[in-house]
Design a protein around this ligand. Structure first.
Ligand code: SF4
Ligand code: SF4
Length: 143
């Protein structure tokens, strides 16, 4: 979401945030995770991505969980309520190529999973015996 940008105003890094009422950069968190390799790793990720507002992606830096949830310090006018005390990660964030220029989509990541369905589909391609764990668990229960 952006404020109406006057026709004679050029967007620069200095004024960009003033026109960004959505403050998208303050509406999610990311958390890097170990690279998933085993079926059990992906099984856990399936559980996580099954929750509302939890997504998963992989880019050049590795695998990340993304939780879409606005920061509690984000004020109605899009400003930071604790600006002087904001965490270092907020201070390091640059508005160069940020969400103001377009929200992230599949093209921005090597892999991007927004739902259980999309990750399950990937797992079925990656692991030929993807469903074998269900049989194993059923057998363990029966024994
Ligand atoms: S860094 Fe980008 S997304 Fe964040 S407030 Fe500024 S313009 Fe908006
Ligand atoms: S602390 Fe401030 S800058 Fe950091 S995410 Fe929250 S609102 Fe944004």
């Amino acid at each position: 979401m952006t404020k109406q940008i006057p026709i004679d105003v050029k967007i620069t890094p200095e004024n960009k945030c003033d026109f960004c009422t959505g403050s998208w950069c303050c509406t999610y968190i990311t958390h890097q995770i170990d690279t998933p390799r085993a079926m059990s790793d992906f099984d856990t990720l399936l559980w996580q991505v099954s929750h509302e507002n939890v997504e998963l992606y992989k880019d050049d830096d590795g695998w990340f969980l993304m939780v879409i949830t606005p920061c509690t310090h984000l004020e109605k006018d899009g400003r930071c309520g604790i600006y002087e005390q904001r965490p270092q990660i907020c201070r390091d964030h640059t508005n160069d190529g940020c969400e103001f220029d377009g929200l992230c989509g599949e093209d921005d990541f090597d892999l991007y999973f927004k739902t259980h369905e999309s990750l399950d589909k990937y797992c079925r391609k990656r692991f030929k015996k993807w469903d074998i764990r269900f049989k194993k668990w059923a057998k363990e229960k029966a024994d």
